[in-house]
Design a protein around this ligand. Structure first.
Ligand code: CUA
Length: 325
């Protein structure tokens, strides 16, 4: 009696802990997009099917170990192997394959309301919004998507393989050098979700994330318009630190230092949710920390650590970058 109640008391936290993995901003089982919903449904169907098969196999094994085998004729045993070992598994797996293949056209791009190019870099994401008849808008490490729209994401990479994955919204698609892959995102529920690189790409693979914010369509339109605007020169000390230390050779801040495209575009850095491709919250302290310790925070990143900058310059630079909204 005592053992049972102790087991029950242990069971609840374990079950809750397991279920906690089913929700949140980066769960394929808590879908916020049409594709993710289909994938989650397929998962639950396969889990139910696997449960039925597991029960049958275990039941058969227990039955076989307990029954008197002399009662089985050779013909009956062969029939059992043929049906339970070959025909039924073939039918079940063929059914699951057909069901899975039926979902594939959904993931193919066919007509969209919005096109976004996403390029994999070491170790961050270059994001370009394409606009009809207007200049495209470049940003980094963050996607903003209008709820209810069909968004085509064009995926490329320059040197190493990555994989683009926002589990709450859709499945994953590899980014392969020399190839252009496409994925459809059809977000349904506003919120902030987390995406990650899903293919090992080097020392900072696990530090290559992004945020994806699904917004109401009018809020998205306002955001894109603001994002297209250049930064306004302010003459702030941080702006001078940026220009004097050659930051503009790699990073563009449109309106102040145009043209560079080696590192992420920083024009509206202050409005992003994270710093360093999803690894730190966006605060001036974290910007300063990242600039001074790039190699420690993100091994293998192309940007050298700027720990030689005097503390005041670093603070001024971070404050200015954080103010770019
Ligand atoms: Cu990029 Cu892993």
């Amino acid at each position: 009696m005592i053992r049972t109640s102790r087991h029950r008391r242990l069971l609840w936290p374990v079950a809750l802990l397991a279920l906690a993995g089913c929700s949140g901003p980066q769960s394929a089982l808590d879908p916020a997009g049409v594709e993710a919903e289909e994938i989650a449904t397929l998962f639950w169907q396969m889990l139910a099917g696997a449960g039925v098969i597991w029960t049958l196999v275990l039941g058969t094994a227990i039955y076989a170990s307990r029954s008197d085998q002399r009662l089985w004729s050779e013909r009956r045993a062969l029939n059992m192997i043929l049906w339970a070992g070959a025909i039924v598994p073939t039918l079940v797996l063929a059914g699951l394959l057909a069901h899975g293949l039926r979902l594939m056209p959904l993931l193919r791009a066919e007509g969209s309301d919005l096109r976004i190019e996403v390029a994999g870099e070491r170790f961050w994401w270059r994001v370009t919004y394409l606009r009809d008849g207007l200049p495209s808008v470049v940003t980094a490490n963050e996607l903003r998507l209008p709820a209810g729209a069909d968004v085509e994401v064009v995926l490329t990479t320059t040197d190493i393989i990555h994989s683009f994955w926002i589990p709450s919204i859709s499945g994953k698609t590899d980014m392969i050098p020399g190839r252009t892959n496409r994925q459809m995102l059809r977000p349904t529920r506003p919120g902030i979700y987390r995406g990650a690189c899903a293919e090992f790409c080097g020392s900072s693979h696990a530090l290559m994330a992004m945020s994806a914010e699904v917004m109401a369509p009018d809020a998205f339109a306002r955001w894109l318009e603001a994002e297209a605007r250049p930064a306004v020169p302010s003459g702030a000390r941080g702006e001078q630190v940026f220009l004097q230390n050659g930051c503009g050779a790699c990073h563009a801040v449109r309106g102040i230092s145009d043209g560079a495209a080696i590192g992420p575009d920083l024009t509206h850095l202050g409005s992003r949710h994270t710093v360093g491709a999803g690894i730190l919250d966006n605060t001036p302290e974290n910007i300063a920390h990242f600039v001074a310790h790039t190699e420690a925070l993100k091994p293998g990143v192309r940007m050298p650590p700027y720990d030689m900058l005097p503390e005041d310059d670093l603070v001024a630079l971070a404050t200015w970058l954080g103010s770019l909204r």
